[in-house]
Design a protein around this ligand. Structure first.
Ligand code: GLU
Length: 441
């Protein structure tokens, strides 16, 4: 069974890049009839906040990305301890005593010589006496995972194809701080093993982590899941943008973007498939395929989202929006106004034209006479607008703008707006007469 996970750290709100990763993992699981796990990576007690955990859940719920279950790293610390102890016994974890400054200096020296800043394994050279001395001096070690230098790392990446790393070109990662707290690398691997994750899909900023984690899977005697790394999301100018890092569901909601628009865009952005206003999730799932993902950064443009959103709003059936419409607005009202809006909230502005009060312009004498004639010509039927305008065309010889505009202005107070043929029946006979009367006087 396919099991995927989305593993945010609750140190902030989800941004559009995280949402994309969550969506794709959910889609992978849905498509395969598998499971999707929300894993809260909250080992960093100082920076993790419960309010963010709640916001992450709420955002996913709003998007309709439902997890089959939730896991929390802070509840699994004993598992990490057990893995740590057995890897240490197996000689794959070692203590290191360098201070931040010492490490920084080593890095600078290597970079200055034009060499890659790989950790020199200085800690492995310490004798037992030297180590004992450090401990006696009160220096608490931090801990590193010892990469196997003889084992080239290779995997078939779901997006990038064959990926290869020479472990000698990687630093042994620090996995645990001197205060005993965990860094990301080992807990994530332990979780992926314990939770039976079959497929890890994440951003390409994690590619070198994957190289390290593959050795951890192997060192713990576990099968390595399938890995795929998607190209990062960039702003429309083609650069990693700060703005995208803070663009999330709150902003989308405030702008009136439908969750379906976000899903339609993010499920195909950066793929070879066309971005279309698709609201049927089955269609999105059917066509979702990692092999369509490109390696170039995916460009996120607000204008695309607005365009998709408008198209989706224009196709929303009444039943799907009725609970969000102003009181009294029925199906006919929705249909009249729907083509004129870009977001659902805009219906209120147009609906006011029906319920009133409206503000009419001051008309010239000639138009007043014309509108007085309209009061007489108005006869109620299934299609009062056609009746009214054909009668007036005939009796006054007016056509085009001269025929229609004064009527629209008198009936709605606007120069443009929804189709009058649909609006007039909603305004109703008595109110329409009253408005024409008022404009004519
Ligand atoms: N908490 C990690 C992150 O947000 C998870 C990465 C992963 O998917 O393994 O980057």
């Amino acid at each position: 069974m396919t099991i995927t996970r989305f593993a945010p750290s609750p140190t902030g709100r989800l941004h559009v890049g995280n949402i994309r990763t969550a969506l794709h993992n959910w889609m992978l699981a849905q498509k395969a009839g598998g499971q999707f796990i929300l894993r809260i990576d909250d080992t960093d007690a100082a920076r993790s906040k419960e309010e963010y955990v709640e916001a992450i859940r709420a955002d996913l719920e709003w998007l309709g990305i439902e997890a089959d279950r939730e896991e929390r790293q802070s509840e699994r610390l004993d598992r990490y301890e057990a893995a740590f102890n057995s890897l240490r016994e197996a000689g794959r974890i070692y203590p290191a005593y360098e201070t931040q400054q010492e490490l920084e200096l080593k890095r600078k020296v290597l970079l200055g010589r034009g060499l890659p800043p790989i950790y020199d394994r200085g800690a492995l050279e310490l004798s037992d006496t030297e180590r004992a001395q450090k401990e006696a001096d009160g220096v608490q070690p931090h801990w590193r995972f010892k990469l196997d230098h003889d084992e080239p790392i290779q995997w078939e990446d779901g997006v990038r194809g064959i990926a290869k790393f020479d472990p000698k070109l990687l630093s042994d990662p620090v996995i645990r701080r001197a205060d005993g707290s965990w860094l990301y690398m080992l807990p994530s691997t332990v979780d992926d093993i314990d939770m039976g994750i079959t497929q890890v899909l994440r951003g390409e900023d994690h590619v070198s982590n994957t190289a390290v984690q593959i050795q951890m899977f192997t060192a713990m005697g576990a099968a390595v899941p399938a890995f795929a790394h998607e190209a990062l999301l960039v702003g429309k100018e083609g650069k990693l943008s700060k703005r995208l890092g803070s663009l999330g569901c709150d902003t989308f909601r405030e702008k009136g973007i439908e969750p379906e628009a976000i899903l339609a865009l993010l499920s195909r952005l950066g793929t070879s498939l066309p971005v279309e206003p698709i609201t049927d999730r089955d269609v999105l799932l059917d066509t979702f395929d990692l092999t369509t993902f490109g390696r170039a950064p995916a460009k996120f443009d607000d204008a695309d989202l607005d365009r998709i959103n408008t198209a989706i709003v224009h196709g929303l059936p009444y039943d799907a929006v009725k609970h969000r419409l102003p009181e009294g607005m029925d199906e006919a009202g929705w249909h009249a106004v729907q083509p004129n809006i870009a977001i659902v909230d805009e219906v209120s502005e147009w609906w006011r034209l029906v319920t009133g009060p409206i503000e009419q312009p001051e008309f010239e004498a000639e138009d007043k006479a014309y509108l007085a004639e309209a009061v007489q010509a108005l006869s109620w039927s299934d299609d009062p607008w056609s009746g009214l305008t054909s009668a007036l065309k005939e009796s006054t010889g007016r056509k085009g703008k001269a025929l229609f505009l004064p009527l629209r202005q008198a009936l709605t107070g606007m120069n443009h707006g929804p189709d009058m043929g649909e609006l007039l029946p909603l305004i109703g006979e008595a109110e329409a007469k009253a408005r024409l009367d008022r404009a004519a006087s």
